[in-house]
Design a protein around this ligand. Sequence first.
Ligand code: HEC
Length: 126
Amino acid sequence: MKKTISRIAIMLGISCFLYSCYYDKADILYNHGGAVCDTVSTISYSTNVRPILEQQCYSCHSGSRPSGNIPMGTHIADKALATNGQLYGTINHASGYSPMPEGEAKMDDCSIAKIKKWVDAGSPNN
Ligand code: HEC
């Protein structure tokens, strides 16, 4: 009887361990809706980052009078914000930065994770 109980305990222990590993991985690959969030592959400015910024930032931050006098929309301009910390600070609603996009909900976690990865990689023009 004692042996059976300890076997069950070990099995439970192992399955809890496997279960938590499964969820660790799931955190990387999925976001809330269950949609796949791939931050493992290389993040490209033109195919991953730019479309997000285009949708959520350029409407205010481009043209002859960009909001806050912060121009965006070219790789050079976007990289400058990435390098000085303003891009990640504003989208992540970090203290000391104005939360962006202004007047809107925080960007989804997957978009923030992709942009962060691009910033950390040195914001290449890829
Ligand atoms: C609806 C218009 C609007 C949108 C959309 C918008 N911004 Fe802004 N942004 C502003 C205004 C207005 C300011 C200047 C006032 C302020 O700082 O809050 C500003 C300021 C900023 C600043 C300088 C302030 C700081 O704390 O560094 C940055 C950087 C910035 N925006 C980045 C972004 C990014 C990145 C996005 C897209 C995720 C975005 N903005 C979307 C209107 C907008």
